[in-house]
Design a protein around this ligand. Sequence first.
Ligand SMILES: [Zn+2]
Length: 77
Amino acid sequence: MKVKCPVCGKETEYSPANPYRPFCSEVCRTADLGSWASDEYVIRGEPGSAMNLSPEEYEAAAEHTREVAAKKERSRK
Ligand SMILES: [Zn+2]
Protein backbone atom coordinates (compact mmCIF):
# COMPACT_ATOMS: atom_id res chain seq x y z
CA MET A 1 0.00 0.00 0.00
CA LYS A 2 1.01 3.61 -0.46
CA VAL A 3 1.25 6.06 2.38
CA LYS A 4 2.34 9.64 2.58
CA CYS A 5 5.73 10.23 4.12
CA PRO A 6 4.93 11.96 7.44
CA VAL A 7 7.87 14.31 7.03
CA CYS A 8 7.66 15.56 3.44
CA GLY A 9 4.24 14.24 2.34
CA LYS A 10 5.59 12.34 -0.66
CA GLU A 11 3.79 9.10 -1.55
CA THR A 12 5.88 6.13 -0.57
CA GLU A 13 5.48 2.36 -0.51
CA TYR A 14 4.63 0.91 2.92
CA SER A 15 6.11 -2.56 2.48
CA PRO A 16 9.19 -4.62 3.37
CA ALA A 17 10.65 -3.44 0.06
CA ASN A 18 11.00 0.01 1.56
CA PRO A 19 13.52 -0.15 4.40
CA TYR A 20 12.66 3.40 5.44
CA ARG A 21 8.88 2.87 5.72
CA PRO A 22 6.78 4.69 6.63
CA PHE A 23 9.16 7.33 5.35
CA CYS A 24 10.32 7.95 1.78
CA SER A 25 14.01 8.02 2.56
CA GLU A 26 16.64 7.78 5.24
CA VAL A 27 16.71 11.55 5.48
CA CYS A 28 13.02 11.77 6.40
CA ARG A 29 13.21 8.80 8.73
CA THR A 30 16.07 10.36 10.67
CA ALA A 31 14.32 13.71 10.85
CA ASP A 32 11.09 12.16 12.06
CA LEU A 33 12.54 9.80 14.64
CA GLY A 34 14.31 12.81 16.10
CA SER A 35 11.05 14.71 16.46
CA TRP A 36 9.24 11.71 17.94
CA ALA A 37 11.94 11.27 20.54
CA SER A 38 11.99 14.92 21.50
CA ASP A 39 8.22 15.00 21.87
CA GLU A 40 8.18 11.84 23.93
CA TYR A 41 5.69 10.20 21.63
CA VAL A 42 5.64 6.56 22.64
CA ILE A 43 3.38 3.99 21.03
CA ARG A 44 2.05 1.49 23.55
CA GLY A 45 5.04 2.22 25.74
CA GLU A 46 7.38 0.54 23.27
CA PRO A 47 10.15 2.90 22.19
CA GLY A 48 11.32 2.22 18.67
CA SER A 49 8.18 0.34 17.67
CA ALA A 50 7.22 2.83 14.95
CA MET A 51 8.45 0.49 12.22
CA ASN A 52 6.10 -2.30 13.30
CA LEU A 53 2.84 -0.40 13.10
CA SER A 54 -0.25 -1.60 11.31
CA PRO A 55 -1.47 0.81 8.62
CA GLU A 56 -4.17 2.11 11.00
CA GLU A 57 -1.69 2.71 13.78
CA TYR A 58 0.69 4.28 11.32
CA GLU A 59 -2.00 6.72 10.19
CA ALA A 60 -2.68 7.75 13.78
CA ALA A 61 1.02 8.21 14.43
CA ALA A 62 1.52 10.14 11.22
CA GLU A 63 -1.38 12.42 12.14
CA HIS A 64 0.22 13.09 15.51
CA THR A 65 3.56 13.80 13.86
CA ARG A 66 1.93 16.34 11.53
CA GLU A 67 0.27 18.06 14.49
CA VAL A 68 3.56 18.28 16.35
CA ALA A 69 5.30 19.63 13.27
CA ALA A 70 2.56 22.24 12.79
CA LYS A 71 2.83 23.32 16.42
CA LYS A 72 6.59 23.71 16.13
CA GLU A 73 6.14 25.67 12.93
CA ARG A 74 3.79 28.08 14.72
CA SER A 75 5.95 28.48 17.82
CA ARG A 76 8.95 29.32 15.65
CA LYS A 77 7.27 32.44 14.32
ZN1 LIG B 1 9.87 12.09 2.98
